[in-house]
Design a binder for this molecule. Structure first.
Ligand SMILES: C[S@@+](CC[C@H](N)C(=O)[O-])C[C@H]1O[C@@H](n2cnc3c(N)ncnc32)[C@H](O)[C@@H]1O
Length: 348
């Protein structure tokens, strides 16, 4: 099937067929753990925005006050409005989506949320565009601090172009933080052609190893997994169709940094200062790096760069640099992902 046809089917699915999240046929687009701070903000959002939420995870990292965030496939705007509150009046949120019906819902609640949040002017906007070509939404090179996306990238008909665009628009040191559906093997073409399976965020899902290879091709040599949840699907007919393919909702972060494909030991030590708003006790970088406040941790060069050469830098004290080398970091390698069950996160 031509990619334009798949895209039109996705637009129809989200623009016409689904009216609310109750209409979804599987539980692929479902989120379970919502942090308390987010729940408090969600309680302030307009009901139409919440009813048309089709995300599969939490894709909002810490320390985002005052930054520029791009939400790819912003849908009815649920995450964009959450972000609007969290970045504060001086931050800026841009939602991009290709489906006019979704954009209409998101846009009609801008004024109400501006009033609810007590802002003098909106800090959020919704642009029509394609995630494979962010020029279509006028997003310049190196202009965004954070790209988020919730259950959308699997729907892209050209993953290479989408990820290329993400790392084009991110500023150096900028962060990609996504919740998305991945598969533990390549999904056969016959299933990819099924509009329901594709629309439900299943058959467009990338095999995790192909995702790793794609990022490597783009020079993104290390990424980190924060959480992994196997999807149960909860629809007998669809379960039978997908057979033994395991689908997972993963939360993943990657940075636009010049880092290595393996974790190298330079004797660097990082200490979290406890200063990120709302995180006085710890900072979770990924599923195997939790920094306790004030506790120095020996880290590989990649982890050191992630907490020093990004917006997290002001919340960490990092000792040492990469001028000395002590061999491979003793806890392992960069993302070699045999299966999603064994996802090691990026490294170490
Ligand atoms: C599963 S919904 C998720 C929406 C939103 N992130 C949320 O959490 O509610 C997928 C959204 O991505 C949009 N989308 C899918 N493919 C796209 C593409 N190639 N370019 C732009 N938007 C796309 C759809 O229009 C739809 O609004």
């Amino acid at each position: 099937m031509a990619s334009s046809e798949t895209r039109a089917q996705v637009q129809d699915y989200y623009g016409t067929q689904l009216q609310t999240s109750q209409d979804l046929l599987t539980n692929a687009c479902c989120t379970d753990d919502v942090p308390l701070a987010h729940r408090r903000i969600l309680a302030q959002l307009e009901s139409e925005v919440l009813e048309k939420y089709y995300g599969c995870g939490v894709c909002i990292p810490d320390a985002i006050e005052g930054i520029t965030v791009l939400d790819l496939g912003s849908g009815s705007g649920r995450d964009a409005y959450l972000l609007s509150k969290l970045v504060g009046e001086n931050g800026h949120v841009i939602g991009v989506d290709m489906t006019e019906e979704q954009l209409d819902v998101a846009r009609r609640h801008i004024d109400a949320h501006t009033v609810t949040f007590g802002y003098s002017k909106p800090n959020v906007e919704f642009r029509h565009g394609y995630i494979e070509d962010l020029q279509s939404a006028n997003i310049p090179d190196n202009s965004v601090d954070l790209v988020v996306s919730n259950c959308v990238l699997n729907l892209s008909t050209d993953k290479d172009a989408t990820y290329r665009e993400i790392f084009r628009v991110l500023k150096p040191g900028g962060e990609l933080f996504i919740a998305d559906v991945f598969a533990d093997r390549r999904v056969p073409e016959t299933l990819r052609q099924d509009p329901i399976l594709y629309g439900e965020c299943l058959s467009g899902a990338m095999y995790t190893e192909d995702f790793r290879r794609l990022l490597l091709r783009l020079g993104i040599n290390d990424y980190r997994v924060l959480s992994s949840r196997r999807l149960t699907i909860n629809n007998a007919e669809i379960e039978e169709k997908v057979g033994n393919i395991g689908f997972y909702s993963l939360t993943v972060r990657a940075f636009k940094l010049d880092i290595e494909d393996k974790c190298e030991d330079h004797g660097q030590v990082a200490t979290y200062l406890g200063t990120i708003p709302g995180q006085p006790n710890k900072f979770v970088l990924d599923d195997h790096h939790t920094f306790e406040t004030g506790r120095p941790m020996l880290v590989c060069g990649n982890t050191a760069a992630m907490v020093a050469d990004t917006r997290y830098g002001s919340y960490f004290k990092v000792l040492g640099d990469t001028s000395q080398h002590f061999g491979l970091f003793d806890r392992g390698t960069a993302p070699v992902v045999a299966s999603v069950d064994a996802l090691p996160g990026g490294c170490c």
